[in-house]
Design a protein around this ligand. Sequence first.
Ligand code: UTP
Length: 271
Amino acid sequence: MIKQAIIPLAGLGTRLLPLTSVFAKELLPINGKPGIEYILDECIEAGIKEVVFIISKKKEMIRKYFYNDRFYKKILKKKKDLRIKEEYKKILKYKKMIKFVYQNKPLGTGDAVLKTKRFIKGKYFLMLLPDDLIIKQNCSKSMIKVHNQYKSSVMASMNVAKKTVTRWGIYKLKKKLNKKNYLVEKVIEKPSIKKAPSNKAVIGRYILPKTIFSVLSKQKPGKGGEIHITDSIQSLINNSESFIAHNFSGKYLDCGSMQGYIKSTLEIAKI
Ligand code: UTP
């Protein structure tokens, strides 16, 4: 059973400047609720009991958001406001399940994952990239179902426009298992349009095996000088770990770019 999730939050968020010059993008409100809370709610609903946040000194405000007890207690003593009481209760519930680890240099998603090694107990764990919101259907929950059925690693997938493949991890399909699940043959981080093996992209939800840590500890930087999780996934595939790409049913919202963030707010306000 998958009970642990990790969330890399140590990136710089340059695509959302100036909003991120002094503020953590994961705390930016999407229709009145910080983006990270949507991600935590998805985890809780999927049966996750412990979440490891990878943050950096620059993103200390994320920890503070969940550890502002003195402030809340003082306010609640003065003001018997039911709404604030409920919000604080929710924060306490999140806080109980979060552990923090630091990645002070943003060397890439793979390096961020490696920082969580000592926390992971089970054979597999879930990873969520908080820039990728998936609404209407719980993607993590359906991926865990797929994992339980096939006992393999899983990544969320969707078809993208061919001209945008350079923005994603793109995979080549080995075998169609059924309508929504495909066995992956290879995956490439941000390929050129010419080199892309398909228009099937990996989205920010992964069920990864614990064995990924030993691969990551030896991994050299890849595209753009960063240690990408995609490259370690490819090494695992080469070592006969099966990865299933799961075509999720929910709606994908990109919250990591300015245009996407604005659009996400409007989309969520509609539901
Ligand atoms: P991105 O590279 O897409 O986002 O990382 P970013 O670096 O935060 O933002 P831009 O590209 O400068 O606008 C995807 C996720 O991985 C985390 C980020 O915080 C984000 O949630 N990440 C990235 C890390 O935790 N560490 C890293 O070294 C890189």
